[in-house]
Design a protein around this ligand. Structure first.
Ligand SMILES: Cc1cc2nc3c(=O)[nH]c(=O)nc-3n(C[C@H](O)[C@H](O)[C@H](O)COP(=O)(O)OP(=O)(O)OC[C@H]3O[C@@H](n4cnc5c(N)ncnc54)[C@H](O)[C@@H]3O)c2cc1C
Length: 510
C-alpha cells in the first residue's frame, strides 16, 4: 500500500496497536509485534530514525563505565545484544577495537563506593587499576560464545609503539572490543522493511503526527497534506523518545518520565588523525571523568560526545563551545596532530531520552529502560522510557511480551537470532558513496522517502561524510523527484529546504 492507501485503510480497518514514534524503539517494537501477527500502525511526525536514534555515537556497546554505577544487569544485557547485532546484521554492525589511553594508575578507585553512598558529585578520571577491573568483568559478560576478542592491556612503551601519535604522557593503553553500527539509519529501515513483508496488518507512516486524544480516539495529522483523522486502537505505545512527556500531554496525560540530556558530535576530514587511529575507536575521559570518543567512520573521523541537560528539545545543536571542547580533547590524546574548524564536514546533535532522576551528574544517569503505563479512556498507554540503541531488541521484546499478554495472544516468533535485512548475505555498504541512479530509484520506490533531506541525511551517508556538493544535491532532487512525481518548482523547493537544514542543523554550507 502506498501512503494514501494506508491512510484510507485506517477507517475501515483500524489498527489494534498504535505506536507513536519511529525511532529505534518504536521500529523495534513494530517489527516484533507484527511478527507475532498483531495489526500495528507505526507513525512518526518526521522521518523514521530522525530523532535520538539518528544522533547516536554508533556504538553497539555494553557501556563499560556503567559497571561503576553497579548497573550489571544493563551491561550484561547490552553486551549480549551487541553480540546479537553483530551476528544478525553482519554487514551493518561490525566488531570495533576500542582503545583507552590511560594517564593515571590509581585514580577513580573510590568513584564506585562514593556513588553507592550518594556522595559523588563529579567522578574523577579513572586510572589503570579501575579500568583493568572493569575490563575483566566486561569480558566475562561476553560469555563463551565469543563474538569479539578479549581485552589487551599494554604498558606505555608497547602502547606508543602501536600508536606512535598518542600522547607520550600516557601510562597504559587498554584495547577491548565493542561494535560499530555503520549506519543506524539503514539498520532501522531494514527492520521496518522486514516488518512490512509480513502482510497487510503492518502499516507504517512517516510524516504523520499524533496531535491529540479524546476518549478512546487518537487524533493523527498527515504532515504532508495537512489532513487530520482519528484511529481507535486497543493499545497505544508511546515511543516518542525524548518527546515522551510532551506526547503524553497531547493525550491529556501529565507525566514526568524523561530527564533529557543533549549530546553533540562532529565529523572531521583530517587524514592525519584518521591514519593515527587506524581502525580503532579511542575512548577516553577528560579530567572530570566525562567521556570523549574519537571514532573511525569510513574515511572520516567522528568525535563526540557531550552530555548536557537541555530544556528545549527541538533546538538541540552542536555549539561553538562544544566544537572547542572536542578539538581540545583531541589535542590531549594526539598532541602532535593539528585539527582545524575548516576540517569539520558535518555536525549533529540529539537528545537522550533518559529516565528522569535527581542525579547531579548527567553521566551517572542510568541508561536502562523500562515501561510506564497510563490510561487514555479505556486504552492502556505504554511509555517506553530510556534505553540504548544497542539494547533495542531486548526492550522491544519486553514491550511486545507485555502487549501480547494484554491482547491475550501468544508469542510466535523469537527475535534473538533473527537476521535483519538480508541477514548474513545482506547488501554491503559501499565505501564509495556516489550512488548510481538505479540505487536512488530503488530507495525512492521502497524506502518511504518524502523529502530530499530524507535521502541525503538518512537513506545515505552522503551528508555525514562531507561528500555532498551543491550540483550533487540538485542532481539527486531530479532523480528522486522524477520517481516521486515532483514538478520543477517542487524539486527546487526541496533543494532549498535541504540546503537550509544542512546549514542550520549540521554546519554544512554548500
Ligand atoms: C548523543 C547521543 C549518543 C548516543 N550514543 C549511543 C551509542 O553510541 N550507543 C547506544 O546504544 N545508544 C546511544 N544513544 C542512545 C540511543 O540513541 C537512544 O536511546 C535511542 O535512539 C532512543 O530511541 P527512541 O526510539 O526511544 O527515540 P527517538 O529515536 O528519539 O524516536 C522518537 C521518535 O518519536 C517521534 N515523535 C515525537 N513526538 C511525536 C508525535 N507527537 N507524533 C509522532 N511522532 C512523534 C520523533 O520524531 C522521533 O523520531 C545515544 C543517544 C544520543 C542522543
Amino acid at each position: 500500500m502506498n501512503r494514501q492507501e494506508i491512510i484510507t485503510s485506517l477507517n475501515s480497518h483500524p489498527p489494534t496497536v498504535l505506536i507513536i514514534g519511529g525511532g529505534i524503539n518504536g521500529i523495534g517494537t513494530f517489527r516484533d509485534l507484527t511478527l507475532q501477527g498483531v495489526d500495528t500502525l507505526l507513525i512518526d511526525r518526521a522521518d523514521f530514525c530522525s530523532g535520538a536514534s539518528a544522533a547516536s555515537s554508533r556504538m553497539a556497546h555494553g557501556g563499560i563505565r556503567y559497571l561503576e554505577n553497579g548497573e550489571f544487569r544493563l551491561v550484561r544485557e547490552a553486551v549480549q545484544e551487541r553480540n546479537r547485532m553483530i551476528q544478525n546484521a553482519p554487514s551493518l554492525v561490525k566488531p570495533l577495537p576500542t582503545t583507552i589511553p590511560i594517564f593515571k594508575t590509581f585514580s577513580g578507585l573510590f568513584n564506585a563506593p562514593l556513588k553507592f553512598l550518594g556522595w559523588l558529585d563529579k567522578p574523577s578520571e579513572r586510572g589503570g587499576l579501575v579500568i583493568k577491573i572493569g575490563l575483566i568483568f566486561y569480558d566475562a559478560f561476553t560469555g563463551k560464545n565469543r563474538t569479539v576478542p578479549k581485552h589487551v592491556f599494554d604498558g606505555r612503551a608497547k602502547a606508543l609503539k602501536k600508536y606512535p601519535c598518542l600522547n607520550p604522557k600516557i601510562q597504559y593503553a587498554a584495547t577491548y572490543y565493542d561494535g560499530i553500527i555503520l549506519s543506524p539509519e539503514r539498520l532501522s529501515l531494514e527492520l521496518l522493511l522486514d516488518a512490512e513483508k509480513e502482510g497487510s496488518h503492518v502499516r507504517a507512516l512517516n510524516y504523520v503526527s499524533m496531535v491529540g486524544g479524546d476518549g478512546d480516539q487518537v487524533m493523527l495529522k498527515d504532515e504532508v497534506s495537512g489532513q487530520t483523522f482519528a484511529v481507535t486502537p486497543h493499545l497505544v505505545i508511546n515511543a516518542a523518545g525524548p518527546w515522551i512527556d510532551g506526547t503524553n500531554r497531547s493525550l491529556g496525560l501529565q507525566t514526568h518520565y524523561v530527564g533529557p540530556t543533549k549530546g553533540s558530535h562532529l565529523v572531521l576530514d583530517n587524514p592525519e588523525l584518521r591514519e593515527a587511529i587506524g581502525d580503532h575507536e579511542f575512548f577516553f575521559e577528560n579530567k572530570d571523568g566525562r567521556i570523549v570518543l574519537i571514532f573511525p567512520l569510513f574515511d572520516k573521523v567522528m568525535i563526540g560526545t557531550s552530555d548536557l541537560p537541555i530544556e528545549n528539545l527541538d533546538t538541540a545543536r552542536c555549539t561553538e563551545q562544544e566544537v572547542d571542547y572536542f578539538i581540545e580533547m583531541i589535542g590531549r590524546v594526539f598532541p602532535g596532530i593539528t585539527v582545524s574548524r575548516q576540517q569539520i564536514v558535518f555536525t549533529f546533535c540529539g537528545v537522550r531520552p533518559l529516565a528522569y532522576t535527581q542525579t547531579k551528574n548527567a553521566g551517572q544517569i542510568t541508561r536502562d529502560h523500562h515501561i510506564q503505563e497510563d490510561k487514555l479512556g479505556n486504552i492502556p498507554v505504554y511509555s517506553l522510557v530510556g534505553g540504548k540503541w544497542t539494547s533495542f531488541r531486548a526492550f522491544s521484546e519486553q514491550v511486545t511480551d507485555r502487549a501480547l499478554a494484554f491482547l491475550g495472544q501468544p508469542r510466535k516468533v523469537d527475535t534473538r537470532t533473527l537476521p535483519i535485512g538480508a541477514g548474513k548475505d545482506a547488501l554491503a555498504l559501499k565505501t564509495d558513496p556516489i550512488y548510481t541512479r538505479t540505487e536512488i530509484t530503488g530507495m525512492a520506490e521502497r524506502e518511504k522517502i518524502v523529502h530530499l533531506d530524507d535521502l541525503v541525511l538518512r537513506r545515505t551517508l552522503l551528508a555525514y561524510l562531507g561528500q555532498l556538493t551543491r550540483p550533487l544535491v540538485v542532481e539527486l532532487s531530479i532523480v528522486l523527484g522524477d520517481c516521486l512525481g515532483w514538478d520543477a518548482a517542487q524539486k527546487k523547493a526541496e533543494v532549498v529546504r535541504t540546503l537550509e537544514i544542512l546549514a542550520d542543523q549540521h554546519g554544512v554550507r554548500l
